[in-house]
Design a protein around this ligand. Structure first.
Ligand SMILES: [Fe+2]
Length: 245
């Protein structure tokens, strides 16, 4: 199975599927690590916090009209149409289907890829909201990952791949943090405890590929660009991974 790993798409679906068709036309699956940007229209901006620079969704590639050429699984980032994702989460739960070939793994979720397990946590860290229950949060706060999401991942026996959006405590050397406590110690502890062989992340728009410890390799993906292409490959089990950046 050939799997494309792609970072924040921010609604540039035309760039995404053009790049895949050009560089990996026989891809079986695309995994993308949040800030996917499945806005149906500008109306969906109400339920998120989104800077102007990411409000340039041109809706050129219409997720609901154009055929999605490759099965795509995404987690949420901190700039998503949370009103829409909430309705999917409440009606379909994990692995919600948006349209043919397009799936939201959920605010937390897991799914099999062949005989491996992919788990995921959407959103970024907010120390102030971490202990709160999602159902009590304002819709714009659904962009954060919470203790309840980490508890779900903790309940899984094991996993092969963990998709996250935000980084975690310990990665400060690679990122200039403007705030106190901007990276999550809880997420770091979860990764150490659950020992996923691979963690895939987005959010920082930076490509990093390093061994976190003897159990886990951490791959942070670059932001999707117009000319995104394959920058590295690796294999795990029967899966061939192609890192786009
Ligand atoms: Fe982000």
């Amino acid at each position: 199975m050939r799997i494309a790993l792609v970072g924040d798409v921010h609604g540039h679906f035309n760039w995404l599927y053009r790049s895949i068709q050009k560089y990996l036309p026989n891809a079986d699956l695309i995994l993308t690590t949040g800030d996917f940007g499945a806005f149906r229209s500008v109306e969906d901006y109400y339920s998120t916090k989104i800077p102007k620079k990411h409000m340039d969704h041109n809706f050129e590639y219409n997720l609901w009209k154009d055929k999605i050429p490759v099965k795509t699984i995404f987690i949420g980032g901190n700039h998503e149409p949370n009103g829409f994702l909430k309705s999917l989460w409440e009606t379909q739960g994990q692995f919600s289907k948006l349209t043919d070939n397009l799936f939201f793994l959920g605010y937390h979720g897991a799914t099999n890829i062949g005989d491996t397990l992919l788990a995921g946590i959407s959103g970024n860290y907010s120390p102030k909201n971490f202990e709160r229950a999602r159902k009590h949060l304002d819709i714009r706060r659904w962009r954060h990952f919470l203790k309840e999401d980490l508890e779900y991942i903790r309940s899984l026996k094991s996993m092969d791949y963990l998709m996250i959006h935000d980084w975690f405590q310990g990665m400060e050397n690679y990122f200039k943090c403007k705030f106190v406590n901007c990276l999550s110690p809880q997420l770091r502890d979860l990764i150490i405890e659950k020992k996923p062989p691979f963690v895939f992340a987005g959010h920082m728009h930076t490509y990093i590929n390093l061994k976190l410890n003897e159990n886990t390799r951490f791959i942070s993906l670059a932001i999707l660009k117009e000319n995104t292409k394959i920058i590295e490959k690796f294999e795990y089990n029967n899966h061939e991974f192609f890192i786009f950046g």
